[in-house]
Design a protein around this ligand. Structure first.
Ligand code: DI6
Ligand code: FE
Length: 405
């Protein structure tokens, strides 16, 4: 029996080729198991696919499955109380310095058992899938001990066993200094470097990240973590220049980082270094909005330098408690003045690059992975313009239709 499926009667944004959005009107797509065999205009469809099982998409819009390339999905508790405090005048940095912030989520996460953490993470991942996500990066960083970081990364791996989702794990042990290392950030970095080879040997780590910031870690401390990652052959990425310019992006670029994320305060030096290294800029409008930042990321300078721009939810309980990639696309346009096409490329082809996923992800073409979303829309721009809708009709991951509720 043929394993081919013909998805016909669609309008497809492929994000390949020269046309805006890689758009093909009145198109169809042929999948062979988990792979795409052919995409093109219906009128060009080769005869060899005549035996394929047919699926009529009734004129819907098809895009690549979304890739959320920066999330902190594994944690317990929430920070609604902190939200209230910020509204009465406390700042994010003050709360962090007073032992709230990330540390309060660390306490809640350590107190939760592994299955409870998994249930929470799976629930969040499902919410992302309801908006078209087929690949996600999941960071640790709310455990901050070897055992608790291992547990968070294991939970991230287990999400991929429970759901038809491609998951990339990132070790973010250097997210904050845990209470037992109070005032000893350098000792904590030594511990993080010590854990990493064992976490990697257990198959738990795809990439390594650091929160490089006044309230996080210094560039010198970041370098130590990156050197250990490099010695293990692991790619790095960085939370860089979110609240101040620490010149972290330049360091990350020197290590060939996959991405530098946030970047509101990045300067010309950082941008030039990223451009030279081919490092992706991951912009996070949810965190910018929720922290009521006023310093915009330098989108025009990034564009000019030819730095690829990705977008992500940065889902986390403190600075971006959203599970809506579509809202992030809308905000990237309204707040950052990106175009709807840039927003789409940010959640597809450029996000794939930010995760080192390879060229089979984030695009629709022969040979690519059959991850795609079918939308109640005429064109992808409609999905960026609207917000607060539930426009997903179908989600296909690895060539299989996924149940989305
Ligand atoms: N930057 C962020 O925006 C999040 N982590 C980070 O390094 C915030 C994490 C939190 O507040 O819990
Ligand atoms: Fe983050």
């Amino acid at each position: 029996m043929s394993t081919l499926t013909l998805w016909r009667n669609a309008n497809i944004a492929t994000f390949t080729g020269d046309a805006p959005y890689g758009w093909i009107a009145d198109a169809c797509l042929v999948t062979d198991g988990a792979q795409i065999r052919w995409v093109g205009a219906s009128s060009d469809r080769p005869r060899e696919f005549a035996a394929a099982t047919e699926c009529d998409l009734q004129g819907a819009c098809v895009t690549p499955g979304l890739i959320d390339c920066h999330t902190h999905l594994v944690y317990a508790g929430n920070r609604a109380r902190e939200f209230e405090l910020r509204l009465t005048g406390a700042t994010y940095e003050e709360i962090a310095r007073a032992g709230g912030g990330i540390r309060s989520t660390v306490a809640a996460t350590r107190a939760a058992d592994e299955d409870a953490l998994l249930a929470l993470a799976v629930g969040r991942a499902r919410a992302l899938m309801r908006e078209g996500v087929t690949s996600v990066e999941i960071k640790s960083g709310y455990g901050l001990s070897e055992a608790d970081e291992a547990r968070s990364l294991r939970v991230a791996r287990r999400v991929a066993q429970q759901l038809p989702l491609t998951v990339r794990t990132t070790f973010l042990g250097a997210h904050a200094v845990p209470p037992e290392f109070d005032g000893r950030a350098d000792d904590y970095i030594a511990a993080v470097c010590d854990w990493l080879p064992r976490l990697h040997a257990d198959g738990l780590v795809d990439a390594v990240d650091v929160f490089c910031e006044r309230i996080g870690f210094t560039v010198a401390q970041t370098r130590r973590v990156f050197e250990r990652a490099r010695s293990l052959g692991l790619p790095v990425k960085l939370h860089a220049e979110q609240l101040s310019d620490q010149h972290g992006a330049a360091l990350a670029a020197a290590f060939g980082a996959l991405s530098c994320d946030h970047l509101e305060y990045i300067g010309e030096d950082g941008i030039a270094a990223m451009a030279a290294a081919g490092t992706v800029a991951v912009l996070l409008p949810g965190a910018y909005y929720f922290l009521r930042e006023t310093q915009l990321p330098p989108v025009e300078a990034l564009r000019k330098a030819g730095v690829p721009i990705a977008l992500a939810t940065d889902h986390n309980p403190g600075s971006s408690p959203t599970l809506s990639p579509l809202l992030m696309m809308n905000m990237a346009c309204t707040l950052f003045r990106m175009t709807p096409e840039e927003a789409w490329r940010g959640f597809t082809v450029n996000a794939a690059r930010a995760l080192g996923l390879g060229t089979e992800f984030g695009v629709l073409r022969a040979g690519a992975r059959a991850d795609f979303a079918v939308w109640d829309a005429e064109h992808p721009r409609d999905l960026v313009y609207r917000f607060g809708h539930q426009p997903l009709l179908q989600l296909v991951a690895g060539g299989q239709r996924v149940a989305i509720d």
